[in-house]
Design a protein around this ligand. Structure first.
Ligand SMILES: Cc1cc2nc3c(=O)[nH]c(=O)nc-3n(C[C@H](O)[C@H](O)[C@H](O)COP(=O)(O)OP(=O)(O)OC[C@H]3O[C@@H](n4cnc5c(N)ncnc54)[C@H](O)[C@@H]3O)c2cc1C
Ligand code: SF4
Length: 329
């Protein structure tokens, strides 16, 4: 591990001011990802600015939505009564991730900005365009079972590992930022980037920007929502494929509204807009669900070890939507 200094900030302006003083500063949440990366010397910050003392409240909004402070722990968010009642897919997604001990430490801001789990990214002896632009990508012809089937590029086939972010993408979450140029907001779905030829640039964040909060709009039908994670072990494993879904049915059994997002398939949480469009107004039947899944995965491509995820993703979409209609698939 390289030497670094440590500062603790009590509010956003103090954190931004501290980080502005050092080009190699990083904000520190629970440290469950960043400190691992520092141990492997993948990350070499000169200064850590601890932001766990910033607001972490979870507050219902007057319109029925929710405001979540970036320092809220994953445990607190999953246990929140408003979340469990109004956004059950979010609680389920968080509880599907990591372990209780890690969720106790991990923060909402850190979870959103956690980095890929591609093993070659963590191995400084491997070629990785994300770690070292222009170096190559050992995952392309290496072990790529967990890698992307949608939106990948020749430069990088990594996936975003967060379960929580998949639910946030389905829920149209907004991320509030603050930084040297002042506050702004961005849709969670637009925050993470596809790799293109710059996989090292993972988000739309500008230098020194801090996540201060996440907001969820009200979504009455999200009470009928869920999250399913398919993985190699029943716990403590990242997603091969995951699906977050909320469904609103009309009295005649057709789909009035649907929200669908996929995890484990792309460099970012993947909002399944093609599937949503294919479902609206259609009967809530396994046939419609399969047609929607086919539409979403039409552009998917597989590598040596992960081509099975294309069919797995389709089947998981059908299974989750069938669950929400009370059918078994
Ligand atoms: C063994 C293990 C298993 C795991 N399994 C899963 C899993 O199954 N599913 C899953 O989703 N996750 C899993 N995780 C990842 C875990 O969820 C993340 O490590 C955690 O959410 C990161 O949160 P943190 O607060 O500890 O972030 P940190 O490690 O502190 O920071 C992560 C990144 O976010 C930045 N950052 C932190 N806070 C802010 C802020 N407010 N504004 C701007 N930047 C910020 C940091 O600079 C850093 O770049 C696992 C982790 C481990 C170690
Ligand atoms: S997939 Fe991306 S993160 Fe993994 S080795 Fe290739 S460039 Fe690096």
């Amino acid at each position: 591990m390289n030497p670094f200094t440590y500062e603790r900030a009590s509010d956003a302006p103090a954190a931004i001011g501290l980080a502005k003083g050092s080009a190699a500063a990083r904000y520190l949440g629970g440290g469950t990802n960043l400190v691992d990366l520092m141990r492997e010397t993948v990350e070499r910050p000169e200064m850590l600015v601890d932001v766990t003392g910033l607001p972490g409240g979870i507050e219902p909004r007057a319109d029925g939505g929710l405001r979540i402070g970036a320092a809220a722990t994953n445990t607190a968010l999953a246990a929140d009564a408003h979340v469990r009642t109004h956004y059950p897919l979010l609680a389920r997604a968080i509880l599907a991730g990591a372990s209780a001990q890690i969720r106790n430490m991990a923060t909402v801001g850190g979870n959103i900005l956690q980095r890929t789990r591609c093993r070659y990214f963590y191995d400084t002896a491997a070629a990785c365009n994300k770690r070292q632009p222009g170096a190559g990508c050992d995952a392309r012809d290496g072990f790529n079972r967990y890698h992307a089937i949608l939106g990948a590029s020749p430069a990088c086939v990594a996936t975003h590992p967060s379960d929580m972010c998949v639910a946030l993408a389905a829920l149209d979450a907004t991320v509030h930022l603050d930084g040297p140029a002042g506050p702004r907001s961005i849709a969670l779905a637009d925050l993470h980037r596809l790799p293109g030829d710059r996989p090292d640039v993972e988000t739309e964040l500008k230098p020194g920007e801090l996540i201060t909060a996440v907001e969820l709009p009200p979504l009455s039908f999200a009470r009928r929502s869920t999250y399913r994670k398919v993985r190699d072990r029943a716990s403590y494993a990242f997603a091969l494929v995951s699906v977050a879904a909320a469904l609103d049915l009309a009295d005649d059994g057709t789909v009035r509204e649907v929200r669908l997002a996929l995890g484990g398939v792309a460099h970012k949480p993947w909002r399944a807009s093609a599937a949503e469009a294919a479902l609206k107004g259609r009967p809530a039947s396994p046939e419609s669900f399969r047609a929607a899944a086919e539409a979403e995965l039409a552009a998917a491509t597989g590598l040596r070890d992960n081509a099975f995820k294309i069919e797995l993703a389709k089947r998981t979409i059908v299974a989750v939507l069938s669950d929400l209609t009370g059918d078994d698939a």
